[in-house]
Ligand binder design. Structure first.
Ligand code: NAP
Length: 419
């Protein structure tokens, strides 16, 4: 395929996928698309490249970067927010990484992040949440947290099916709800905004499969379905029921539900089995704090996942270090949780750890676990040594405040030493 708005590097090979649409064939010199993104993207993008290149080289591989444009950089070059070539190149090259993209509040264009996830059908948002030694946290035992959150990325109240108060659409929907569906005194009189919350069997099951597969592949003990099914019975309740169906019908002995575990085995789980249970979302938010160590992999509809993964992220040190990835079938786009923090743009100041750790998820997805481990260890050693960016330095005593690029160099140097 040829692109007008992408320079494909001459060196390097393409990652391909097997006929099952899932299993990746990863060469030792893959071409990897990168979008720096807006605001601090110009600072953290190159810093993450420095570290990821060092990890690849230390394990006998080579990353060939392919710059792609979205957001402000695309507007400057091509006068559009999200060129089709950017989307098509990620589709073709399969595994990519991006920095943050600014979304205007209220008016203006819709989120480019959401557009990318939709166009690429990246239906899972995955956020590993673990504590790195040396990172300040608001809780007493941040090391108790070692969770991986799987958030559904395409439906729920985020589907975008909503009508503004005063619009013709909203009055039509109100009439339909009241007169056709019989909910006649449910909505208060006067202006109303209405949104629809679709949760499908298809969307739920493919998300829950991703969470269970991950738990099995990574020796995790449990997958918890987090829902509000006691109130929203036919959406969140259905999420729970369909989630259990996947667990009961699609896996053998290696996956067991908590009910079966107690009813049939007196709590004695088969060795290496993954236990699937469920928790109501508000209780789960409490248990994140009070019983942190009991949870492992969480699978959630979109809104619960949004709230819960930020709350979990705060417990291990916040936005500067919280990584994520959007995953579909045989395709992934790694991205940090934080936004474009425009006030710090171009100052070589902010913490690149979140993008570096997002890159680490990408390395794991490529099957380069040795390189991924080098990244985590070197990052942890650097932060523990007090060599940190402003956000951490202001919370610890005696730290050395480093620029974004200096911090990345220190991490890369440790990778080379440790390899
Ligand atoms: P933000 O950009 O994440 O920044 C909020 C604050 O978090 C910053 O002022 C800074 O705190 C801290 N922070 C964020 N990233 C940091 C880093 N790498 N190192 C150190 N500290 C960091 O959130 P926002 O201001 O609400 O959003 C700005 C724009 O980003 C919006 O347009 C939003 O839509 C967009 N956004 C994009 C994505 C994405 O692309 N996936 C995600 C979220 C938001 P201090 O000021 O305390 O130092």
């Amino acid at each position: 395929m040829s692109y007008e708005k992408v320079d494909v590097p001459e060196e390097g090979e393409k990652i391909t996928v097997a006929d099952d649409g899932e299993e990746l064939h990863v060469p030792d010199n893959p071409i990897i698309p990168i979008i720096y993104g807006d605001g601090i993207g110009q600072d953290v993008g190159p810093a993450a490249q420095t570290v990821l290149e060092a990890a690849a080289e230390a394990t006998g591989r080579e990353i060939n970067w392919m710059r792609l444009y979205a957001g402000e950089s695309a507007r400057e070059r091509y006068d559009e927010n999200l060129p089709d070539d950017t989307v098509e190149a990620i589709k073709e090259f399969r595994v990519a990484i991006k920095g943050p993209l600014t979304t205007p509040v209220g008016a203006g264009f819709r989120s480019l992040n959401v557009a990318l996830r939709k166009k690429l059908d990246l239906y899972t948002n995955m956020r590993p949440t673990f504590h790195l030694d040396g990172v300040p946290s608001p809780v007493k035992n941040p090391e108790a947290m070692d969770m991986v959150n799987f958030r559904e990325n395409t439906e729920d109240v985020y589907a975008g099916i909503e009508w503004e108060a005063g619009s013709d659409g909203v009055e039509e929907v109100r009439e339909f709800i009241e007169e056709e569906m019989g909910f006649d005194s449910t909505i208060h009189d006067g202006p109303v905004g209405i949104g629809i919350k679709p949760i499908t069997e298809f969307g739920t099951k493919r998300l829950v499969r991703k969470a269970i597969d991950y738990a099995l592949e990574n020796d995790r003990d449990s997958v918890t379905l987090v829902h509000k099914g006691n109130i929203m019975k036919f959406t969140e309740g259905a999420f729970r029921d369909w989630g259990y169906e996947v667990a009961e019908e699609e896996y053998g002995e290696e996956v067991i539900t908590e009910d079966t575990l107690w009813e049939e085995r007196d709590g004695d789980a088969p060795e290496d089995a993954v236990v699937v249970n469920d928790r109501i979302a508000d209780n789960m938010l409490q248990q994140l704090l009070t019983r942190t160590e009991q949870y492992d992999v969480l699978a959630m509809p979109n809104l619960n996942g949004d709230y819960l993964s930020d709350a979990a992220g705060a417990q291990i040190g916040g936005l500067g270090i919280a990584p994520g990835a959007n995953i579909g079938d045989g395709r992934m786009l790694a991205e940090p949780v934080h936004g474009s923090a425009p006030k710090y743009a171009g100052q070589d100041k902010v913490n690149p750890s979140a993008l570096i750790l997002s890159g680490r998820i990408m390395l794991e997805y490529l099957g380069w676990t040795d390189a991924a481990d080098l990244v985590r260890d070197a990052l942890e050693e650097t932060i523990s040594a007090g060599e940190v960016t402003y956000d951490i330095e202001r919370q610890i005593d005696g730290g050395e405040k480093l620029a974004t690029s200096e911090f990345a160099e220190r991490v890369a140097e440790r990778i080379r030493q440790n390899a």
